[in-house]
Design a protein around this ligand. Structure first.
Ligand code: GLN
Length: 194
């Protein structure tokens, strides 16, 4: 089985562990460059992207993450993780860096106050067996994408799931629903690489 790391600086690491195990991968925490070097793919969890960014810098992980993504490591980011995989953020907080890799601009906390948390059924390309239940928690949306980015799902017209090459990102949290199909699609991406 592929060994998939979960970036364990902040956020819902445990839930991603369970989802990856449910999807047939061996999950490991990643906090140090040596741990990053030992995984076949990486999940960046939901949480708070400014905090994850600052901790990644403090742990000396930001450049190694950028290098591995540039070298083609598959990665999947949910919510804050989506923000971390974006080449550009609208209105980043000061000191907020991203790993990048997906040619897109994301808007943080995009759904606004009235709609900070909600669930929605989404038709998602590359995921079979019916709609995916999307849990959105102060979620970003994708404001714009470059030509190489495929939009896999939209909500209210806004892209909320995208893929570029071996990089996958969702605005929502499939790790919170017990439905492992999105993680399954990612595990398939990691397998296809090997
Ligand atoms: N609003 C958070 C951020 O900007 C993301 C929220 C989440 O991951 N559930 O990082």
């Amino acid at each position: 089985n592929p060994v998939i790391g979960v970036l364990a600086l902040q956020g819902d690491v445990r839930e991603h562990f369970a989802a990856l195990a449910g999807a047939g991968a061996e999950a490991r925490t990643v906090r140090r460059p040596e741990e990053l070097a030992a995984v076949d793919g990486l999940v960046i969890p939901g949480g708070e992207s400014t905090t994850i960014s600052k901790l990644a810098t403090a742990f000396g992980l930001l450049e190694p993450l950028r290098e591995r993504v540039r070298a083609g490591m598959p990665a999947y980011g949910s919510c804050a993780g989506m923000i971390m995989l974006a080449d550009k953020i609208l209105d980043p907080r000061s000191g907020q860096e991203t790993v990048g890799g997906i040619d897109m601009i994301v808007r943080r906390n995009a759904f606004g106050r009235q709609n900070e948390s909600f669930e929605a059924s989404l038709d998602m390309a590359d995921v079979e067996g019916g709609p995916v239940e999307g849990v959105f928690i102060r979620a970003p949306w994708v404001e714009s994408t470059g030509a190489g980015v495929r939009i896999l799902a939209r909500y209210d017209g806004h892209p909320v799931a995208v893929r570029q090459g071996r990089l996958l990102a969702t605005s929502f949290h499939p790790e919170l629903t017990g439905d492992h199909r999105v993680h399954g699609a990612f595990v398939q991406m990691v397998r296809a690489e090997g």
